[in-house]
Design a binder for this molecule. Sequence first.
Ligand SMILES: Nc1ncnc2c1ncn2[C@@H]1O[C@H](COP(=O)(O)OP(=O)(O)OP(=O)(O)O)[C@@H](O)[C@H]1O
Ligand SMILES: [Mg+2]
Length: 245
Amino acid sequence: MIDITHLHKTLDGQHVLKGVDLTIERGKTTAIIGSSGAGKSVLLKHIIGLLRPDSGKIVIDGIDTTSLNDRKWMELRKEKFGMLFQEGALFDSMNVFENIAFFLVQHTHLKKDAIKEKVQEKLKIVGLKGVESKMPSELSGGMKRRVALARAIIADPQILLLDEPTAGLDPVICASIIDLFKRTQERLGITFVMVTHNILSGFSIAQKVAMLHSGRIIATGTADEMKSSEDPVVQSFLKGVGFTG
Ligand SMILES: Nc1ncnc2c1ncn2[C@@H]1O[C@H](COP(=O)(O)OP(=O)(O)OP(=O)(O)O)[C@@H](O)[C@H]1O
Ligand SMILES: [Mg+2]
């Protein structure tokens, strides 16, 4: 689905990405792990076209994005991507319904009834009921995350990018959100790309884990392969985040 080759990016004189190579497979969940400041969010922003590579190539569903202008990128983004930002990032001045419906209202000509139906359908997927008229400030952290997920999938994206989707949630809520991601992914067949330093959530949901370190992907594999990796950097990262096997 997404092929990244030799991606380089320098920001403010800092060479953040130093030749990233990564293949993201269609209909599966890929988790990108790595320590804080490794460049995970920067990499995600390249995948969705908010940042442009200095050199290297990103091919999305057969489309080489190198030559796309901003308008073409915007179209591609609208057509294929959903994004769940850190903190959920709901619009505080809009209620739940308006938050979820936002994209459809802005970018489609769907009638009110059709929008309503789609919002209901997504709310059902994320397991929420009767919250349409609530304001974000009236929701718990876990509920906000569910609403944000409903909003991210409102336009039936083929690719969903998740940046630290469980940050700041207690372990129980975190587990239920991860379980929800897993079910949503399986049910809708979306390609998930998840950035996280929560190793347990990364490992429990992803078919493929990729570790970003010193500007490169230094290891990829299943969770089990990562756990038994002999690469000392991988091992020390896993130990450092409290993963002991
Ligand atoms: N817009 C920007 N301008 C300048 N430097 C940036 C910009 N965005 C990120 N950086 C730098 O790039 C590096 C990687 O940042 P990034 O946000 O990708 O890290 P991360 O791996 O997502 O970390 P975290 O786990 O803390 O979210 C950091 O040193 C950061 O300061
Ligand atoms: Mg980040």
